[in-house]
Design a protein around this ligand. Structure first.
Ligand code: CMP
Length: 133
C-alpha cells in the first residue's frame, strides 16, 4: 500500500550530526522524502505532539528534551512506509534495538533515542499537523 509517514529527528540526533546519515538510510531503502523542515518545538507544540504520553512518569523529561534544540520533521513516502520505517528505526529502548536499525546503530539512551516515527496512519495525520499545517 502506498503511504506516507511522519518522521522527526530529535534534538540529540541533530546535535550529533546524524541528519544526513538518517535521511540517507531512508533514501537508500528506496523511500521518498516528500516534505522536510528544520524547526524548534515550544512547550505547547511538544505537549500536542506527545499528547498520548501526558501523565506518564517520563512526560516532563520528554517535553524538556524534545524542546532542547532544533528537530528535523519530514514526511516519507513509500510502500507500507509506516511499518517499514518503524522497523528501520528499531525498538524504543535502543538497548533492545537490533543492530542494523537506526537506534540499534546510533543510540543507547531510552529517552534520547535520536528519532521518532508515527506508529499508525491515524498518528501520521495528527503528528504531521504539528509541523505541516
Ligand atoms: P518516541 O518513539 O518518540 O515516543 C515517545 C518517547 O518518549 C520515546 O520515543 C522516548 O523518547 C520517550 N520515552 C519512552 N519511554 C520512556 C521512558 N521509560 N523513559 C524516558 N523516556 C521515554
Amino acid at each position: 500500500v502506498p503511504q506516507r509517514t511522519f518522521v522527526m529527528i530529535k534534538p540529540d540526533g541533530v546535535r550529533r550530526g546524524l541528519i544526513g546519515e538518517i535521511i540517507s538510510r531512508f533514501e537508500k531503502r528506496g523511500l521518498n522524502i516528500v516534505q522536510l523542515k528544520m524547526d524548534k518545538l515550544d512547550r505547547n507544540r511538544a505537549e500536542r505532539l506527545y499528547a498520548e504520553h501526558k501523565g506518564k512518569p517520563f512526560f516532563e523529561e520528554l517535553v524538556s528534551y524534545v524542546t532542547s534544540g532544533p528537530v528535523v520533521a519530514m514526511l516519507v513516502e513509500g510502500d507500507d512506509v509506516v511499518s517499514v520505517v518503524r522497523r528501520m528505526i528499531g525498538a524504543t529502548d535502543p538497548k533492545e534495538a537490533s543492530p542494523g536499525t537506526i537506534r540499534g546503530d546510533l543510540a543507547l539512551s531510552k529517552s534520547e533515542n535520536v528519532i521518532h516515527a508515527s506508529d499508525s496512519p491515524e498518528k501520521v495525520a495528527y503528528e504531521s499537523s504539528v509541523f505541516f499545517p
